[in-house]
Write a protein that binds this ligand. Structure first.
Ligand code: ADP
Length: 470
């Protein structure tokens, strides 16, 4: 059942239900008032009639001459006297019947109101036993016709039912039509989603014109944003697949060529073996990075936290990286404070190696790479600054995305140290998991600065030795 039909049925049922309950309440109240009105008329007539009755010294009922037909014409009066219940006086309805109207057993001896239907007449009856000196001398019966009240109640009932039915039909029609308009954007979204599936085209969006800023408008906006993100991820993966295939092909071609060469030579050639080993290392690095990224993404990369002397770690990385920089790039530590943080030493080392090796990699011969470690407020700040090629402005916002490589880096085909655009995304993940953050600033052609902020271990003292390492 469609949402539109379900909501329409719900609204109609609610409207009908509320009106019916309300109508029944009014009907019940009116019925009570009508009976009450009849009872009052009967009581008044009873008092008036009894007021005109007398008892003679023999204890018999005497009707005063003054007794006239009751002015309350809607009330019929019957008076019977003695054991024989001889009719002494009657008016209205009682003129057409034998004598006392039958009441359930025993009730004739009591003052009681009763309902009865006789000769097509619905009557409200007041039965009053008449006594004198502790003796029963007669019975007074009064009757009030409820036919008019019944007709009124039946008309009222019809009005209530007709109003309820009319309201239900109106509510159903109004809901059906207004829901058609309100749900139209949802239908459009469904159509677009189906078109995307059928045409395999993530570039489509649900049109937003004419959609109010309500829940459905927000849903459509969120849907479009989801599509936007999906398109980005899809494009990124496409690009990544193209990159990985390209990067895999180069070492494999080199390995195959070297194997073919050695086969032709009929012996193991040390140069070819070294080349094969180098390419195999590169492939291992790629697979390792991919695995790490996948683990980080799925939350399965465990971090082993402990106390880390960041200054010692930086010095170790510095020594290691100096080998990589050789004489090509000048690697220096400009400032180093003693800093303790809580973290995973190996992972933090990996971050430093990633950033420092990038700085060396993207700095041309003769350039500089500066490293520093200082305390800023309650944070440790690691700085890695180079005087290299820099990162174009348009690439800067994407630099930490997975598989993202700036245009220039992507075309470094075959270069042995060209990466896969995973280093920075893994580094950022590690820093964030340490409660820190990472910033980048770069001017194309002039250089790049990466800043890593990590929370200091509480109780660490500021040590100000400033040394220049070269
Ligand atoms: P890669 O392995 O390709 O270097 P990274 O994630 O480490 O991957 O870096 C992503 C991209 O950021 C690089 O491809 C490069 O374009 C750019 N980049 C990173 N560091 C630097 C830097 N110090 N100088 C210039 N560009 C850089």
């Amino acid at each position: 059942m469609s949402l539109r039909l379900r909501l329409t049925l719900l609204y109609s049922a609610l409207t009908g239900g509320i009106l019916l309950v309300f109508g029944m309440l009014i009907f019940g109240l009116v019925s009570i008032l009508l009976i009450d009105q009849a009872d009052r008329a009967l009581l008044n007539a009873a008092f008036e009639t009894i007021g005109r009755l007398r008892v003679n010294p023999d204890g018999e009922l005497v009707l005063l001459e003054l007794l006239r037909p009751s002015p309350m014409t809607e009330v019929s009066v019957l008076i019977v006297a003695g054991e024989q219940r001889k009719v002494e006086y009657r008016t209205g309805f009682f003129l057409g019947v034998e004598g006392l109207l039958p009441l359930p057993n025993g009730l004739l001896e009591q003052q009681v109101f009763a309902d009865t239907s006789i000769q097509g007449e619905h009557l409200r009856i007041l039965n009053v036993p008449l006594q004198a000196g502790g003796r029963r001398i007669g019975i007074l019966q009064l009757a009030y016709s409820l036919n008019q009240a019944d007709a009124f109640r039946s008309t009222l009932f019809q009005i209530i039912v007709l109003t309820a039915v009319g309201s239900v039909i109106t509510a159903a029609a109004a809901s059906w039509l207004s829901l058609d308009r309100a749900l139209a954007p949802l239908a459009a979204a469904t159509k677009t989603a189906l078109q995307i599936v059928r045409a395999d085209d993530l570039a489509r969006r649900v049109p937003l014109q004419g959609i109010a800023d309500d829940e459905i408008g927000q849903l459509v906006t969120a849907f479009n944003e989801t599509l936007e993100r999906l398109e980005q991820i899809f494009n990124m993966q496409q690009r990544f697949l193209a990159d990985v295939s390209h990067e895999l092909r180069t070492p494999l071609t080199v390995i195959k060529a070297n194997v073919a060469l050695m086969r032709r030579m009929g012996r193991l050639d040390p140069e070819s073996l070294a080349s094969i080993e180098e390419e195999a290392d590169r492939l291992t690095r790629l697979v390792g990075n991919l695995l790490l990224e996948a683990q980080a993404e799925s939350g399965q990369l465990p971090l082993h936290f402990g106390i880390v002397e960041l200054d010692t770690l930086l010095l170790e990385v510095f020594k290691e990286m100096r080998v990589l920089a050789r004489d090509r790039v000048h690697l220096k530590i400009t400032e180093i404070d003693q800093v303790l943080v809580r973290g995973d030493r190996d992972r933090l080392e990996q971050v430093l190696i990633n950033l420092v090796s990038n700085a060396i990699k993207y700095t041309p011969e003769g350039g500089d790479v500066f490293l520093s470690l200082t305390k800023v407020g309650d944070k440790a700040r690691l700085l890695i600054r180079d005087t290299g090629v820099g990162i174009p402005k348009k690439d800067l916002p994407h630099i930490f995305e997975r598989f993202y490589r700036a245009e220039k880096s992507r075309h470094r085909s075959g270069a042995e140290d060209s990466g896969f655009g995973l280093g920075l995304s893994i580094s950022k993940w590690i820093v964030v998991r340490h409660g820190g953050h990472i910033e980048v600033d770069s001017i194309e052609g002039q250089g790049t600065t990466f800043l890593i902020y990590l929370p200091l271990l509480e109780g660490t003292k500021q040590e100000p030795p400033k040394q220049e390492w070269e």
